[in-house]
Design a protein around this ligand. Sequence first.
Ligand code: HEM
Length: 410
Amino acid sequence: MAPYDNRDSKPHDPYYEPLSPEVIADPHPFYRRLREAHPVYWHGMLDSWVVTGHAAGRQVLTDTTRYASDFRRAGIDVPNTALSLQRLDPPDHTRIRHLLVTALHELPLRTTAEHLRAVMTARLTALAGTGPADLVTGFARPVALETICGYLGVRPPDGVDFELQSNAIVRSMDAGLDPSRAEAGIRARAALSSLVAGWLADDDRSGFVAAARRAQQAQPEITEDLLANSLRAILHAGYESSSRLLGAALLRLARQPALLDLLATPEGADDLADEIVRLDGSVQADGRVCVADGELGGRRIRRGQVVIVLLAAANRDPAVFPSPDEVNPRPRRGRHLGLGRGAHACLGAALVRQQLQTLFGCLRHDGFTITSTDRPRWEDTATLRGLTSLPAEVSARRTATAAGPHPIRG
Ligand code: HEM
């Protein structure tokens, strides 16, 4: 996921300037205009193809023969610290992905659900009745960090360093637009990979890190560096992609609390979670490099050219989604690209759904309400979108207890 990592930038584009303040505030009108005019568009400023249509986007994500995540297949250098499962293609990708999926299946999802609910309830209880608070720093980020670390079986890294490193990786995904963001990202990846390597070296661990370590011992062709980089990618996605989605979900639910009424039907929680990922998914863009000349949406794509799929634009393509900017109470579940598609589809998808559904449960069944108190602010990032602040008040209609009934499945 480093689609804007292209140094040869030019200053202006008539449709889409990803870091302009207007796009940062709300990219969707820009995505729509571009999709209507050119669903597959040569973007001079990015020196890349930009894909906004659903059909073409899906084609790119599912065709690893022609569109590579491993940029080395087109002769482009990839720093060692960036080589994780996200930057490989089958068959190398299949081996490490299989190892991680095997480790994942060793963990009981139920435990994660209980942990999640306890973490969310504790955060909301601490905020309830205290007046205006920032739900990004007070809820979304700590909840995402505690969840992913609980899952990995490690203590959440504390201190400013981790926060800075994690953010440096996010910002470096836009290095093609702002080259000054590149170096800090490389250093941060190295630092977080060595943090993970330390976890892997500790024999006393349980959880996902320990399960992955055991699986790797049976597969020595998977190097320790690849495993550490891949677990770092999981830590990072679990923190950044998730906290940004949770922040955006809170904003939507604060503005449209009636959406929680959808939970009255048995399918409601799954439907609402799916729609929130489609409309508010934090991963805006996904990059591939073309490794064999071909055609995409009527345009000729050549070997060596970078193709950026704007997932968030494809997710509002009216050819697939009726009333594409609104929550559809009966969505065509699983059609969106917000969690990727194909070989690289999100490894954390089940956890993402569980996080959203637990949040819905806290708001609908545990009596917490969220009221916005001021304008939310978005970070100036393009690949991974997220709020830097969400001022709001939390109130509790009654005392929530971790043991109380919670009909939303976790
Ligand atoms: C618990 C949280 C999460 C974890 C552990 C996680 C982990 C991962 C991993 C490891 C991959 C790479 C899979 C591969 O290359 O085989 C991935 C891919 C992806 N994830 Fe997640 N993720 C999480 C949350 C999210 C969220 C909240 C979103 C957006 C709503 C998201 C969107 C994506 C997308 C679009 C891809 C595809 C990337 C590609 O095609 O290159 N993830 N995720």
